[in-house]
Ligand binder design. Structure first.
Ligand code: FES
Ligand code: MG
Length: 600
């Protein structure tokens, strides 16, 4: 590391090498020596690189990062960096109650404090399970020190009796078969367990594969890294390369704000449509963008993404799973197919390796056109989200790539009105209400009914739970009706193949029109006009609103923890990213605010 004297002073030197304040320098230094680091190392001017560790026994999707971090370290050290690994608030999508959605902002907050308040010059973000990816990218966006993401990779493909069983998707499918009496509890458990055969995250195109793919499309991972399955040797190798690269990024001062530009987000929206990405993606990308000060909203998602074709044949929209996606070429092959058809808006957008996204994929060939289709032969012609508005909400999105034949035929095939349907509402206040009543024949639910879920948003739940994908009553499933239209102010699992209308903003608990809806009201959904309305007069709506306000507004359960109360106080709505509102004004703090004050 010759020539340090001419280099820009590193942030970490404010802690470890500040002769103007020897007392504090000694205090900062001495405890980092106690496990074997030397003073010479810490005062050498080598960049200090954090590894933001999201893996733990509580977060099995990301647990393999504990192993991968060893290769990351070797990469960092080989390029002359020093490693300080630290734990992140654990988030496990399937393990955390009331929802992991509540924890994303908490993990974000704590990461911001760590990155800003400790002697770190750059950071490797260990991403994977759904909320870990946005939480870490949001934190890096706010602090804005050089950062690179490393995906933990998907699990191997699941198999049961010769069929691929995909994470989550198999649960939604098998619970219908359980309800219909086709399988028993024991077989149900066996089938579902078969979908998790190894370390890694969900092997379907759920929120994890989506967000990891988009982290690569945004430029925040090394090219070719997102899709490598967790147990593959290439996963360890890319961990090593990621460690090597972050040292160079610190030397170049290549920051999240240099990579995650408006252009990068537009690329990511296009890639999201092509992969059949999760309905959670707009929430998370809108959130990351807000922490960077990049304008992005759900109208952008429809305008830029709606007409993009579905290329990736992964469950739930298609057939295959993570290993197949990797072997077919992963994100780079998707990017290449889009560029060949001139559909990627910004091939020149910069990525973490210092090259443009188009350059990175220029030599890539799709290895299996059954798994990653060409634009000329897509799985669906228009696969992006539709952004709906009306007297029910200001914004809610529908994922068009998962509209099944059955759904298309039943709801979207009226020759006079092909993109619209109407029906009576059946309203549930939270999933407990739904589970208690759905199978009650007295409700009269039939194939014309539209199911509503409310009280499930960032404030109401709290945290916005994945509860909008409701299955029809068992008596309808037995008759062959596998899906009713579902609408709600919660989210749904990215592994669900339900074409629900969700993430409704504002939610019922924040004064949205859903709170005024009553069971039996007729509702009209018009996908062409982008409308979702209760078919009642404005006067009637105003009367209902006044009555609800007189009762004190829409009721939701009491806070159970301090964080639930804090989140409810400060969170905004899903269309705006469901971020903590006061956090949006803290952008680029490492550059605007220098370093924090001394601690003694
Ligand atoms: Fe963690 Fe799907 S539950 S990735
Ligand atoms: Mg989920």
């Amino acid at each position: 590391m010759a020539g340090n004297a001419t280099k820009k002073k590193l942030r970490s030197q404010e802690w470890f090498d500040n002769p103007d304040n020897p007392g504090m320098t000694a205090l900062y230094l001495e405890r980092y020596l106690n496990y074997g680091l030397t003073r010479a190392e810490l005062q050498s001017g080598k960049p200090i690189i954090g590894i933001a560790q999201t893996g733990s026994d509580l977060s099995p999707c990301n647990r393999h990062h504990v192993e991968l971090a060893k290769r990351v370290r070797e990469g960092i050290v080989s390029e002359g960096g020093i490693v300080l690994e630290f734990p992140c608030h654990p988030i496990q999508e399937t393990g955390k109650r009331p929802t992991a959605g509540l924890d994303r902002n908490l993990a974000y907050l704590s990461l911001v404090e760590v990155l800003y308040g400790y002697p770190l010059d750059g950071v490797v973000l260990t991403i994977g399970c759904d909320k870990t990816t946005p939480a870490l990218l949001m934190g890096a966006a706010t602090v804005n020190i050089p950062a690179i993401a490393l995906s933990v990779g998907p699990m191997l493909n699941g198999w049961h009796k010769g069929r691929r069983t995909g994470s989550g998707t198999i649960v939604w499918e098998s619970r219908q078969r359980l309800s219909a009496g086709e399988i028993d509890y024991e077989e149900f458990m066996q089938i579902v367990s078969s979908s998790a055969p190894s370390v890694g995250y969900c092997n379907t195109m759920g929120t994890a594969t989506t967000m990891n793919s988009l982290a690569e499309a945004l430029g925040m991972q090394l090219p070719g890294s997102a899709a490598i399955p967790a147990p593959y040797r290439e996963r360890g190798q890319i961990a090593y390369e990621t460690g090597r690269r972050i040292v160079g990024m610190v030397e170049e001062d290549l920051k999240p704000s240099d990579i995650m530009t408006r252009e990068a987000f537009e690329n990511a929206i296009v890639v999201n449509s092509a992969i059949g990405g999760s309905t959670n993606a707009p929430i998370h990308l809108n959130a990351i963008a807000r922490h960077l000060g990049v304008p992005l909203d759900n109208d952008d998602w429809q305008r830029i993404g709606h007409k993009i074709p579905l290329l990736v044949n992964l469950q739930p929209a298609g057939e295959y799973l993570g290993e197949d996606y990797h072997h077919a070429g992963g994100v780079q092959a998707v990017v290449r197919e889009l560029i060949k058809a001139d559909l990627l808006p910004h091939p020149n957008a910069l990525t973490a390796n210092g090259a443009a996204i188009g350059e990175n994929s220029s030599y890539i060939k799709t290895e299996n056109y059954e798994v990653i289709r060409s634009v000329a032969d897509p799985l669906k012609k228009e696969a992006g989200f539709i952004n709906l508005r009306g007297n029910l909400f200001d914004s809610a999105i529908m994922k068009t790539s998962v509209i099944s034949e059955e759904f298309q035929t039943r709801y979207l095939s009226n020759p006079d009105d092909p993109m619209a349907f109407e029906g009576p509402a059946m309203v549930f206040d939270g999933p407990e209400d739904y589970h208690a009543r759905i199978d009650d024949p007295a409700l009269g639910i039939d194939e014309h009914t539209i199911l509503f879920m409310r009280g499930a948003g960032p404030v109401g739940y709290p945290g916005a739970a994945e509860v909008v994908n409701m299955q029809p009553p068992a008596y309808l499933i037995k008759k062959g009706i596998h899906a009713l239209p579902c609408i709600g102010d919660g989210r749904q699992s990215g592994t669900s193949g339900s074409p629900s209308i969700l993430n409704a903003s504002p939610e019922a608990a924040a004064g949205g029109g859903l709170a005024l809806l009553r069971t039996g009201d007729r509702v009209r959904i018009d996908l062409k006009a982008g409308r979702a309305d209760i078919l009642i007069s404005d006067e009637e709506l105003a009367q209902r609103r006044a009555a609800l306000q007189a009762e004190g507004g829409y009721k939701y359960p009491a806070h159970q923890t301090p964080w639930q109360e804090i989140q409810r106080t400060f969170v905004n709505q899903m269309a705006e990213g469901a971020i903590l509102l006061p956090a949006a004004k803290y952008q680029d703090i490492a550059h605007r605010n220098g370093v924090p004050r001394d601690n003694h």
